[in-house]
Design a protein around this ligand. Structure first.
Ligand code: TIU
Length: 233
């Protein structure tokens, strides 16, 4: 049994029993004043618009029995997993591991590394700590998804053109059917958000399809019955 979600460039058929929602990097460091994102000179308020639809989508997916997985970008306190090139991409004085207003920048366990309260994972939900922009790089995400029989991946979070985009491309290359609710994504650059979404759905859906939280929620409405709850998430 599949559900059809209205999307660009064309409606997408998802198998609810083989679908997961992946929420990318909804961390205090990116979304709250005083975090890493703001330290890069970004206006973090631009990301706030995606919090409410993202929360609604998470609730609906949980109600439909679809697993919700979360990622956090960050590193080991000893910084053994930060390669020099990633550090070189940071501004002076704002390197990974430097002191920031919400603890050390992008370091696991620090306050700024945590997920924002509004979208906090439920107990038992998978949280992937990723050292890169993409959620598949140097993590066990692919193994977890394949072991649970996931084929269809709904990807949202921040930022649209960086960690969401990298993850969407990685997922597409690994054979997942990718659907991106654009209103559940956010960028510090409005034009990058818009173009980032357009790049996903262009050329007949080169990386996947783009939709909205409401379109997914509507498609999954009443689909809880008959869905086999998956263990392991
Ligand atoms: N999560 C994510 O996108 N990490 C970034 O560093 N994004 C920026 O846009 N800087």
């Amino acid at each position: 049994m599949s559900v059809t979600v209205d999307a660009q460039p064309a409606p997408v058929a998802l198998d609810p029993a083989a679908t997961a929602l992946l929420v990318i990097d909804m961390q205090r460091d990116f979304l709250e004043p005083g975090g890493f994102g703001e330290s890069l000179g970004n206006d973090v308020s631009l990301l706030r618009a995606c919090v409410e639809p993202c929360g609604r989508l998470m609730q609906a997916m949980r109600a439909a029995g679809v697993p919700v997985l979360h990622t956090r970008e960050g590193h080991r306190p000893g910084l053994e997993d930060v390669h020099p090139e990633k550090q070189a991409r940071c501004a002076p004085g704002r390197k990974i591991g430097d002191a920031g207003p919400m603890g050390r920048i992008l370091v696991r366990g620090e306050a700024g590394h945590d997920i924002i309260e509004e979208l906090y994972p439920l107990p038992g939900e998978v949280v992937i700590d990723k050292p890169g922009k993409g959620a598949f790089f140097a993590t066990d995400l692919d193994l977890l998804l394949r072991s649970a029989g996931v084929r269809d991946l709904i990807v949202c979070g921040v930022t649209t053109e960086v960690c969401v985009h990298t993850t969407v491309r990685e997922a597409n290359d690994r054979g997942y059917r990718v659907l991106v609710p654009g209103d559940c994504c956010g960028s510090y650059f409005e034009e990058f958000h818009k173009v980032g979404l357009a790049m996903i759905s262009a050329q007949g859906g080169i990386f996947g399809a783009v939709t909205t939280a409401d379109a997914i929620i509507e498609a999954f409405g009443g689909k809880r019955d008959g869905h086999d709850d998956k263990e392991g998430f």
